[in-house]
Design a protein around this ligand. Structure first.
Ligand code: GDP
Ligand code: GDP
Length: 435
């Protein structure tokens, strides 16, 4: 479970991305195999002991054609807005600079815990520099060397100590979903259309929402919550058009949701930036439904839907598990399909397969199509066990995990999907050596 969000801030070249990569580590997941998804990454999940948190490198959010000072200001604003804990990175090599002092002043005013870390403290001499940093007025500096891996464990301990106790997900037992997509795809129109559907009763029960902007409602006796992705309205629209920032906002909403509705603008068709949004949805390991909106504007015949489906499948290969629906938020056409489908997808995310049934399917799959030998050695799956839900996570106990190739993992996944109702949920398949 995610404990919260941590942001790294600091002027350019202090080592933000080095420390970011060090903290993210070599965490292996199915996502890392997805081309294009991990490129230019400014966010990730960090696991430490039994817990995890979301990490943002604000240095990756950049303004075009803006003065350097504006950019740092924006990065610090975003960190203050989005993070539960801020790591302020400085450098022992350069000592305290005027930009550091500027950032420190902004952070002092923020009502957020700040960890002051002096990076590039590679050796004892450089580590002596830490005392200089007391002048920033942010308490005891921590010595760190992202490049040499010094102080990383202490930093992680400190972050864990400062993160709020409560977990990010606070809607247990209620299906929550968000609507994500590029500007103008029709996100707010769709939210309104869902809320205006017959039999939807919007509740105003105080205390049911973590944020005033999330909307709880009932439909057919069941409770739902729409998680808001609107962005920082109170700051005006200054930063909302920065793609990386809007993606970050979407990610924060996905983190708090069970299911994400990924919207495509049917009037414009699939666009390049849709892929970034889709990548996020897939990355987060949550349920996904692809919603082709503005269907009313599409000039169509009996083949159109099938043609568009094929296009979507080709463009978003890694989302092959996500169902596709064609709706119009304007005319409400097919909007009533969404809530039942959200239920189905959430159920799939939570599905637990009994161990014996799971093993029957995997052993059958293995017999039907045995793994091909590599360098004379063949993968042998002894047994399987589902170790988690949301997303369903299956561990294969094998002779040698290195022998599980991506194509065979895909094959096993397809067999599982044929056997069980995994609509809309990613499945994680891991291999471990049988001990
Ligand atoms: P950013 O602009 O803040 O993201 O900084 P980078 O992570 O790109 O690092 C800037 C430069 O500092 C790179 O050349 C890094 O290799 C170097 N660097 C990062 N961390 C350390 C460190 O702990 N020690 C030393 N000596 N160099 C580092
Ligand atoms: P958001 O920025 O993603 O929240 O998009 P909005 O909900 O604000 O919608 C952007 C524009 O698209 C508005 O002018 C909407 O009226 C229009 N729009 C949204 N959904 C539909 C639809 O299904 N059909 C048509 N024709 N227009 C739509």
């Amino acid at each position: 479970m995610l404990r919260g969000t941590v942001a790294i801030v600091g002027r350019p070249n202090v080592g933000k991305s080095t420390v970011f990569n060090r903290l993210i580590g070599q965490r292996k997941s199915i996502v890392d195999d997805t081309p294009g998804v991990t490129r230019d990454r400014i966010y990730g999940e960090v696991e430490w002991l039994t817990q995890s948190f979301r990490l943002i490198d604000t240095g990756g959010i950049q303004l075009e054609n803006q003065a350097f000072g504006d950019e740092i200001n924006m990065q610090v604003d975003i960190a203050i807005e989005e993070a539960d804990v801020i790591v302020f990175l400085t450098s022992a090599k350069e000592g305290v600079t005027s930009d550091d002092a500027l950032i420190a002043r902004k952070l002092q005013k923020a009502q957020k815990p700040v960890i002051l870390a002096v990076n590039k403290s590679d050796n004892e001499t450089l580590q002596m520099m830490q005392y200089d940093f007391y002048q920033l007025g942010l308490g005891d500096p921590m010595v760190l060397s992202g490049a040499h891996g010094i102080g990383i464990g202490d930093l992680l301990d400190k972050i864990m100590e400062l993160l709020p106790e409560k977990q990010m997900r606070s809607y247990d037992g209620i299906t929550s979903f968000c609507v994500i997509g590029q500007p103008n795809v029709g996100k707010s129109s769709l939210v309104n259309a869902i809320l205006q559907e017959q039999r939807v009763i919007v509740s105003n029960v105080e205390g049911t929402t973590r944020d005033a902007i999330d909307t709880p409602f009932k439909y057919d006796g069941q409770e739902y919550i729409i998680i808001d992705t609107a962005g920082i309205r109170k700051r005006g629209k200054i930063y909302e058009n920065i793609e990386k920032y809007s993606l970050l906002r979407a990610l924060q909403a996905i983190d708090r949701s069970d299911v994400a509705l990924f919207l495509i603008d049917g009037e414009k068709g699939i666009r390049e930036q849709d892929k970034h949004v889709a990548g996020l949805a897939h990355d987060a390991g949550k349920g996904v439904i692809i919603v082709y909106n503005k269907w009313d504007t599409v000039d169509k015949n009996e083949k159109t839907m099938h043609e568009i489906e094929t296009k979507i499948r080709n463009q978003f290969l890694y989302l092959d598990y996500a169902p596709i629906v064609f709706v119009s938020a304007k005319t409400h056409s097919k909007v009533n399909q969404l809530l039942p489908l959200i239920n189905e997808v959430h159920d799939a995310c939570c599905l637990r397969i009994p161990t014996n049934v799971l093993n029957d399917v995997i052993l059958d799959a293995q017999m039907l199509n045995p793994p091909k030998p590599h360098n004379g050695r063949q993968l042998k799956i002894y047994y399987a066990s589902q170790v988690a839900v949301e997303p369903p996570t299956i561990v294969l106990f094998v002779n040698d995990p290195e022998l599980l190739h991506f194509s065979y993992q895909r094959y096993i996944e397809n067999k599982l999907r044929e056997a069980f109702l995994f609509t809309g949920t990613p499945i994680k398949i891991l291999a471990r050596a049988r001990t």
